[in-house]
Design a protein around this ligand. Structure first.
Ligand code: T5A
Ligand code: NA
Length: 213
């Protein structure tokens, strides 16, 4: 315990946004920055394509397999749940976790499909076993400018019309834990903004503020 009698913990920070908006780039940079200032931080990405569930997800995204919308949704959820214990252990041990996509992608991408029985509320209810993020960094840019980025269009959801629906779904999910960042700037400008938003949240967790949910 620290001066306030509360136990220091790591922060749970999720980066969200459309495909190719620069999440991986910014997650790597902020983790590197945090480490350089002595913060114990690690970066994970979801989906974690290395597990057997992750390999099924990968085949689906690469359009090598077809799956029912409910089934692929449950696999994305399960792919997070299989990391739940390790997440909680790391956070309790003081490690800050920077996640390249998390529950919010799970909800937004499925809700964007407009399948009546996979509503936003229903999808949210399936995430309750997982810890909520302390901070969600929502990186926004127009679907047209994302499409201009290298590598766009290789995977299932990388279509401008669908990405517009995903963007609307993310907007509907926002609450006071979300910070919105214009992802169309330079890598360094975005990193500077990300740093100013992330650092106070890491400090708060280190001082033992409560974890969401
Ligand atoms: N999904 C995911 C679900 O449907 N349900 C779920 O539960 C989850 C977790 C895979 C897909 O799965 C869906 C969402 C996705 O459709 P993914 O593997 O994270 O998710 O795929 P992407 O989000 O498409 O990841 P990418 O790696 O393709 O994009 P990033 O991480 O957003 O972007 P990044 O950093 O790799 O950059 C892309 C390119 O742009 C350049 C980079 O150098 C790179 O070439 N770039 C910039 N260029 C100019 N200016 C900048 N500021 C730039 N920043 C990066
Ligand atoms: Na990525």
């Amino acid at each position: 315990p620290n001066d306030s009698g509360r136990r220091p913990r790591g922060a749970l920070i999720a980066f969200e946004g459309g495909d190719r908006c620069g999440k991986t780039t910014q997650c790597s940079k902020i983790v590197e920055h945090l480490r350089s200032t002595g913060v114990d931080a690690v970066m994970w990405r979801f989906p974690d394509r290395s597990t057997s569930i992750g390999q099924s997800i990968n085949a689906y995204l690469a359009e090598q397999s077809h799956m029912d919308d409910a089934v692929i949704h449950m696999l994305f959820v399960a792919n997070r749940l299989e990391k739940r214990d390790e997440m909680l252990r790391l956070l309790a041990g003081g490690t800050t976790l920077v996640l390249d996509r998390y529950s919010y992608s799970g909800v937004a991408y499925t809700a964007a499909k407009g399948v009546p029985y996979l509503s936003m509320e229903y999808c949210k209810s399936l995430e309750v076993l997982l810890p909520a993020a302390d901070l969600v960094v929502h990186m926004t840019m127009t679907p047209e400018s994302m499409a201009a980025r290298g590598g766009y269009g290789e995977e299932r959801y990388e279509k401008v019309e669908f990405q517009s629906k995903v963007m609307a779904a993310f907007e509907a999910l926002r609450d006071e834990r979300w910070a919105v960042i214009d992802a169309s700037g330079t890598i360094d400008d975005i990193h500077e903004q990300v740093t100013s938003i992330v650092e106070p949240v890491v400090r708060c967790a280190h001082n033992g503020c409560a974890l969401g949910r």
